[in-house]
Design a protein around this ligand. Structure first.
Ligand code: SF4
Length: 287
């Protein structure tokens, strides 16, 4: 447990300034992401140093198809997410309290040493929402950079500007998941909002981070032609036509078990739309 950055003490607890939810947390309470707790007016990052998942993955699995292709990365995760997507593919570690999952104890130094010992050129912050364990990610990223390793972020991009800005100099690549080009879907199905995500993608791209975007096409929810076109148009208008876009196939998970997998034809059609609107690089995932 480590004292959190980005919070303001309040009369009866603390206001977290890490993500746009801006949770006002009373003493003894936790934020929406379940990973920050207020004790005696101070906010703490509960899962600091306690990864619940640690693996060696091909970088393409992140997915990043155009950043150090053919290499592997040390992938790590702590519990917590500030979104609540009903189709979450990792809900067993993202939508739980830290105490509900078995975790190891790894200092940033031990993790960076493990990556180097295994000859891995990069570390990926992934599986859950890394911004909800910002302090741990940041400390590892600074050390990794010092030792010549690359830092990879896999995220939904729902974070405030200040913590993102502070992390940016250490970030080499990111895959950001856009849930839908529809704020109503974000609010109803993910418990978040669209605008900060889009702003943050542009901010990362402008800072020179290698960005790829993922869009999970959920059957009959966000897979319509207008939705796909809106995403592609936004990318082209924002100068992101060279940014690789991954359309990913949905499979029933979590609270969306009565929805069928995305038809393959939907993904092929999305790819056609994206190319026709001027995007350069499209990948189809989970097929
Ligand atoms: S990071 Fe967690 S505690 Fe902080 S505002 Fe976001 S959801 Fe709330």
């Amino acid at each position: 447990m480590k004292e959190a950055r980005f919070y303001t003490p309040t009369e009866d607890g603390a206001e977290c300034r890490l993500c746009p939810h801006r949770c006002r947390i009373k003493d003894g309470g936790r934020g929406l992401c379940r990973s920050r707790e207020c004790r005696n007016g101070k906010l703490y990052a509960l899962s600091y140093g306690k990864p619940c998942a640690l693996a060696i993955d091909p970088v393409e699995k992140k997915p990043l198809n155009h950043f150090m292709p053919g290499t592997h990365c040390l992938s790590l995760s702590c519990t917590g997410c500030n979104l609540s997507c009903r189709w979450c593919q990792n809900s067993d570690i993202s939508q739980v309290e830290p105490e509900q999952v078995e975790s190891g104890e790894w200092s940033p130094e031990e993790l960076v040493n493990a990556a180097r010992r295994n000859g891995l050129p990069s570390i990926a912050y992934t599986y859950t929402e890394p911004f909800t364990w910002w302090e741990y990610m940041f400390d590892i990223a600074v050390l990794a950079r010092e030792k010549g390793l690359k830092n990879i972020l896999v995220s939904a991009g729902y974070v405030e500007k200040e913590p993102l800005h502070e992390l940016l100099p250490y970030l080499d690549a990111a895959n950001i998941d856009i849930k839908a080009m529809d704020d109503a879907i974000y609010r109803k199905y993910c418990g978040a909002s669209l605008a900060p995500v889009l702003e943050n993608i542009l901010m990362m791209h402008e800072a020179g981070v290698h960005v790829e975007i993922t869009n999970l096409l959920v059957t009959d929810l966000n897979d319509s032609e207008p939705q796909v076109s809106a995403l592609c148009r936004w990318m082209v208008d924002g100068g992101l036509q060279d940014v690789p876009l991954h359309f990913s196939r949905f499979f029933p998970r979590h609270r969306f078990t009565d929805v069928g997998p995305t038809p393959k034809s939907t993904l092929l059609k999305a790819r056609d739309i994206a190319y026709s609107l001027g995007l350069k690089t499209i990948h189809l995932g989970n097929i």
